[in-house]
Design a protein. Sequence first.
Length: 365
Amino acid sequence: MAVFEHPEFAGHERVVHVADRATGLRSIIAIHDRTLGPAVGGCRVFPYATSADAIADVLRLSKGMTYKNALAGLPLGGGKSVIIADPKDKTPELIRAFGRAVDELAGQYWAGQDVNFGIADAEIVAGVTPYVLGRTKGRVTSGDPSPFTAGGVFAGMKGALSHVFGNSDVAGRRVAVQGLGSVGFKVARLVTEAGGRVVVSDVRPESTERAARELGADVVPTEAIFDERCDIFAPCAMGATISEETVPRLRARIICGAANNQLSHPQVGRTLMERGIAYAPDYVVNAGGVLNAFGDFSGVYDVAAVWPKVESIADTVVRILEGADRQKRPSSDIADEMAEAVLAEARNERQARQKAPPGRAAQTG
Ligand code: NAI
């Protein structure tokens, strides 16, 4: 399907297809919106079955980054990239070829970490372009984003708990964590450290065994996690796990997790509302990583200043859930509207600046 007619197109500014003969790289870089600043978003390495799957994924993720950065209060636009490859076939040459493609965009897009694209990859990209975040070497180094992403998800959980139960205390709550990767395991740890209990699933038995050993987690098979009675369901694996098929099985009051694009379709937001499940929108609660990586972009990294912003995700979640209750509308729609309002205000301000006669401020000041 042509990009302009694609159901996920959403007015993207640029969608760049990259093919590198020497390395076999096939990548798509999507820049959704730069109203607030240069587009920032991670690079995902995934063996998409078809390039249509890759396009749909990158467009959805890139728009999500525009909204994420807007609601996180960052002067950044939204973009994302995918490399169509099995992570087993990832080579430094392939990643370098991707980095050169990012460099040719001359700062319109900054790449960061995502699934199957970690710190080591970011360092390889940094060898060929300055437009990369989440580094551990160099002048400014924000490093691994996952502790901050996990911290933001945990803050989101507290916001949602206070909205639903009138009390943000995690102690005594049961949380189902789907996916124990860089973020999911840390979320599970934060929950248990706060006195909650976790039930977990992962396709990798070594991860669930570790969670059982270190966190006293209950372990269930991957498909069974949807049926667990819990206070919070935390999707921390891949996207689209919250669907018309899985929602009727959920026995949670809250959904709050790290995965991007958790809802298989926007309509699922309404289904969740009708079932009385408070959904803390994915791009709101998983913004901790980009809040941290912003230092690499701005050139000033102050970890002490990052944490209060990560903690403030709790307040944003409360505002969204309150708005959803008041308007009797899905929280996912409320969050989208809040992000659109931030963008509209920035566009209006820009237009007003462009219309103002030169030197006017000096004359009237
Ligand atoms: P990861 O790749 O380290 O972890 C994903 C985990 O999910 C792996 O342990 C994998 O085995 C497991 N998994 C895969 N399929 C599963 C299934 N069907 N059921 C249960 N577990 C399954 O990824 P990471 O970094 O922890 O990210 C998790 C999610 O959060 C992703 O969707 C990512 O896009 C999103 N995210 C991550 C950020 C970060 O800072 N790492 C920032 C924002 C979003």
